[in-house]
Design a protein around this ligand. Structure first.
Ligand SMILES: O=P(O)(O)OC[C@H]1O[C@H](O[C@H]2O[C@H](CO)[C@@H](O)[C@H](O)[C@H]2O)[C@H](O)[C@@H](O)[C@@H]1O
Ligand SMILES: O=c1ccn([C@@H]2O[C@H](COP(=O)(O)OP(=O)(O)O)[C@@H](O)[C@H]2O)c(=O)[nH]1
Length: 941
């Protein structure tokens, strides 16, 4: 997916250059071309100048245990090939300078670990691992690495001298003391997150001890992440890209954004991200997800991992998953797959180096007459080493002819040796290898050569090159770069790769490899036989497939793509933000309120005045009863405001009359139920504008559909109102609810509503079917008329505050009050502009009595005027029409809104036609409290 994605240049301005691609895809394609041509240029130059291998990495860039990293000062580990004509060569900063973008790579490990040789002298050794290998290939940025040097340095002299030594390699150390390393790295990272993310579950052996240590390890994890953040913050410069890596640093995005919200932050996971069912077992599941979501871009090796992450966010946090990523209150975190690669040229060229040739010769001589099988893994439970060896044993058992003709070389690099699980694995593997060698070995040869150590780069390349069959049997693996490196070194031999289907690499190399389920020892044993006997033409074909992939999906591509996508994401977020209304300026709204004398406050009910629930529809973490409850802190200010003679309060809701009666009867206000179809002053009777002959025959058939889906969607429910039906799934499983909603709509459109005069309105977690034309905006003119009439208003309304969490269709209530609407505004809104004049009587009329059920099919009372205008029998959609005009007795306008005394405000939405936004009902409470305080103040004066 990533190869056709492209870069946004720093300082880029989309609009000034007509040749500048506008869409993301255009940019991606152009960048891809650029990268290709730069790569060709680079190869040509390297061809002319001879082999640059030594310039890049020195002869010792891959250093085995104990070897000293002696890179020349000017050729930094991170700087890469001097002649590498990077993609960013052409980058233009806004001041016209050409420059590489600064990249701060933050990973648990630096690419080097330090060994102390004296009070202030250090040896730097290359760290081994896929992440290090991949990032060494990144040459396109002016990169700095920030990470732990793998050593405890308690003293100042040591810290200063190490910082200096590392600075020469463009590395910046984070100092972690022993206790933190123990709790954070050995404990939380490697004993909890690592096994969990690889589907091995949480540690179980000693549940009590685990539970006890969990909290302290998690605290240490957060503390360590904060220490990383402190170092990043100290070195950060405006415009830098900060790229956080891996499960060690899931808390980092949050720490960084809290410090500086403008920082460009990306986070990439090198391991699998497990199914949400696994992730939800983790006690700190939500905190970790929320923190990662603070990043601008979140990347994974495969689409599956990205999908699992999004699904964890929707299922555990109740957030919205979109094709772009995860959305939380309008803030999008982009989530995408960026499969890593290797610096393939380096491996291809290495094969020609004399040191490698020498190693190859040695190996060929040593194993002459036998086929070589190879395993290269860190000695980690996820790598499936015991399973691999057992499968090899089974193969030997079943194929006696092969016993003296094949050898398995297993390189098992010691890793995380302080973690008990890893110690146990070492003895387990030794025990199995010993047993098999005892069983099938001879005086002169053993079938398995097992090495508990790492090899240097040249030895490793030689081994890859002479191998006939590589065996990668990871039980789970983020990607597995060993499989890539093997393919890169097989240009002449064209050996076979047996690859676990549970390694991320299976998705990219699946076409050329022999895929196996590593748990199925019989299958792996059979695959070994198949691979050893594979005819040359099939090997050739498979190899070409994989070779092409490995050489085109390199680590350079990977990093360049990630960073360019990150740059892009930021620009897109800025563009989106510009379309988002600003937060309500509460002080201005309150000041203005205090200066006006005939004030109208229109309030929604659901999610505006109700007790807050989280994104999963839960209050205080638990699913409670589904009835809406008034926010406990709203009562006092609401009472005070509704009692104020200069303020008219209207609650305008989709809920039915009973709900509003139950909740608001003690207040002195107007209640508009069912989106304004019913109106009542709390001291008076309900009135309606329901047309008497409104056709409601559709109700029954839709009710059946809603019942059907309610029965089949746990925790969903539906409400049967007088003018609408609402199926609500906000307490149901989000994903299932959404699928069911889609299905439900399909049923509706093809059946019950195909000929009915209804509108289908989709909310975030609900589907509503209502009589056609019913909206809050359509009702507001009649409500206003009734209020003016009832109050016998003499002076115009000079202040309107309209606050609600309305469905998009009902947002016409905001535009209704806009003093200057463009000509293309909807007729309902245009017809009722503030200066509209109405002389007729209000159109609400008393409701007829009768049971709720019987009312559905009954015709409702309405004024003679409405009867004329809303003829539904004739099938004409029922729309409020610009017929009558609202005015005061003298004929002057009922509304005197000059623009600065009108405040429309959407609650809990990011996109809205309201002028302003508020976050939650808590903010509404604060607003009403401020108004209340002003009222008190006025009374005191
Ligand atoms: O630093 P260590 O604790 O010794 O572990 C070494 C690295 O192991 C993990 O590597 C992963 O990243 C590779 C590259 O993306 C991927 O191919 C592999 O499947 C992963 O296991 C770990 O994620 C790194 O952080 C460690 O440095
Ligand atoms: O003796 C060794 C064995 C392995 N590696 C490197 O370690 C990395 C292992 O990466 P992989 O993605 O396969 O797994 P990880 O260890 O990161 O889980 C590869 O780049 C290998 O070249 C190494 O440098 N020396």
């Amino acid at each position: 997916m990533h190869s056709n994605q492209a870069k946004l240049m720093p300082g880029n301005n989309y609009n000034c250059d007509p040749a500048t691609p506008r869409s993301r895809l255009e940019r991606l394609l152009r960048e891809r071309e650029l990268r290709k041509s730069n790569r060709l240029l680079q190869l040509n130059e390297e061809g002319r100048d001879g082999n640059k291998e030594s310039e890049l990495f020195g002869n010792d860039s891959y250093i085995s245990e104990g070897e000293i990293l002696g890179l020349p000062n000017e050729e930094e580990v991170l700087e890469g090939v001097a002649g590498a004509r990077s993609l960013v060569d052409g980058w233009q900063w806004q001041d016209g300078r050409s420059s590489k973008q600064r990249l701060l790579v933050v990973a648990n490990r630096l690419p080097v670990s330090a060994v102390r040789r004296g009070e202030d002298s250090w040896q730097l050794e290359m760290s081994v691992g896929g992440l290090v290998s991949a990032l060494l290939g990144v040459k396109e940025f002016e990169a700095r690495w920030i990470g732990w040097a793998g050593v405890n340095v308690p003293d100042d002299v040591g810290q200063r001298s190490l910082t200096k030594a590392l600075a020469e390699k463009r590395c910046i150390p984070v100092f972690l003391d022993e206790e933190i390393v123990h709790q954070y790295y050995n404990g939380y990272c490697n004993n909890i997150l690592w096994p969990l993310f690889h589907y091995l579950g949480l540690p179980q052996e000693d549940r009590l001890a685990t539970t006890r240590s969990f909290q302290s390890q998690f605290d240490a994890y957060k503390k360590a992440n904060q220490l990383f953040a402190d170092v990043v913050n100290r070195h950060y410069e405006d415009g830098d890209v900060v790229w956080c890596h891996d499960y060690h640093l899931m808390f980092l995005p949050k720490c960084l954004k809290e410090y500086n919200n403008k920082m460009k932050v990306g986070w990439f996971l090198h391991t699998p991200f497990p199914s949400s069912e696994i992730h939800r077992t983790l006690p700190s599941r939500s905190e970790l997800l929320r923190s990662v979501l603070k990043a601008d871009l979140v990347g994974f090796h495969t689409y599956d991992y990205a999908r699992h992450f999004v699904s964890a966010c929707t299922r555990i946090l109740g957030l919205e998953g979109t094709p772009e990523g995860v959305e939380d209150q309008g803030k999008l975190t982009r989530v995408a797959a960026f499969p890593i690669g290797i610096d393939s040229d380096r491996f291809i060229r290495a094969r020609e180096l004399p040191q490698v040739q020498d190693h190859m010769k040695e190996l060929k001589d040593r194993f002459a007459g036998r086929k070589v099988m190879l395993g290269v893994d860190r000695l980690d439970t996820i790598k499936g080493i015991p399973q691999k060896i057992l499968a090899f044993e089974k193969f030997l058992e079943e194929n006696p002819d092969w016993r003296n003709q094949v050898v398995l070389l297993q390189i098992a690099v010691p890793t995380r040796t302080d973690v008990p699980e890893y110690q146990k694995l070492t003895s387990q593997v030794h025990e199995i290898v010993g047993r098999i060698n005892g069983r099938f070995g001879t005086l002169t040869a053993v079938p398995i050569h097992h090495l508990d150590r790492s090899l240097d780069f040249h030895a490793l390349c030689a081994l890859y090159a002479v191998t006939d069959v590589a065996l990668v049997t990871s039980l789970r693996d983020g990607m597995n770069l060993v499989s890539y490196e093997f393919v890169a070194c097989q240009a002449s031999k064209k050996g076979v790769l047996i690859l676990s289907e549970f390694a991320g690499a299976a998705q990219s190399l699946g076409a050329g490899a022999v895929l196996v389920n590593p748990w199925n020892i019989t299958e792996v044993a059979a695959s070994i036989g198949y691979a050893l006997n594979m005819p040359a033409d099939e090997r050739e074909k498979r190899h070409q497939h994989n070779f092409k992939h490995v050489t085109t999906h390199t680590s350079q591509e990977w990093a360049a793509t990630f960073v360019s996508e990150l740059n892009d994401t930021i620009v897109e977020a800025q563009l989106r933000t510009r379309q988002v209304p600003p937060l309500l300026p509460i002080k201005t709204a309150v000041d203005c309120y205090s200066k006006c004398s005939n004030r109208l406050i229109i309030l929604g009910f659901n999610a505006t005045l109700t007790e807050p629930v989280d994104a999963l529809g839960r209050r205080g973490g638990q699913i409670r009863e589904m009835d809406l409850k008034l926010h406990p802190d709203i009562k006092e200010p609401l009472k005070k405001l509704s009692d104020d003679p200069k303020t008219t309060v209207v609650v305008l809701s989709g809920s039915d009359r009973n709900v509003l009666d139950n909740i608001f009867s003690e207040y002195n206000m107007w209640l508009a139920a069912e989106n304004g179809m019913f109106l009542r002053l709390t001291s008076g009777e309900w009135m309606t504008t329901m047309p008497e002959n409104l056709n409601m025959e559709w109700v029954d058939s839709i009710k059946h559909v809603f019942e059907y889906f309610t029965e089949r969607t746990p925790r969903s429910h539906f409400e049967l109102r007088e003018t609408s039906l609402v199926w609500n799934y906000k307490y149901a499983d989000v994903e299932f609810g959404r699928i069911q909603a889609r299905d439900l709509l399909q049923h509706l459109y093809t059946g019950p509503i195909s000929n009915a005069s209804v509108d289908v309105v989709q909310g975030g977690r609900c589907v509503e079917v209502r009589a056609v034309g019913v909206t809050k905006g359509a009702a507001i003119d009649r409500i206003l008329g009734e209020i003016v009439h009832n109050k016998g208003m003499k002076a115009p309304i000079d202040y309107v505050l309209c606050v609600g969490h309305f469905l998009a269709k009902d947002e016409d209530v905001y535009t209704f009050f806009e003093p200057e609407l463009p000509p293309e505004s909807p007729p309902a809104a245009r017809a009722t502009l503030a200066n509209a004049v109405r002389t007729s009587l209000p159109k609400f009329s008393p409701c007829k009595s009768g049971s709720k059920a019987s009312r559905y099919k009954k015709q409702r009372s309405m004024s003679t005027l409405e009867k004329k205008e809303n003829n539904h029998e004739s099938g004409i959609p029922w729309q409020p029409t610009p017929r009558d005009r609202i005015s005061l007795h003298e004929g002057s306008s009922v509304l005197d809104l000059k623009g600065d005394n009108y405040f429309s405000c959407a609650v809990g939405r990011k996109r809205s036609s309201a002028r302003y936004l508020l976050g939650t009902s808590d903010d509404v409470v604060n607003l009403l409290k401020e108004l209340h305080i002003i009222l008190n103040h006025q009374v005191d004066l």
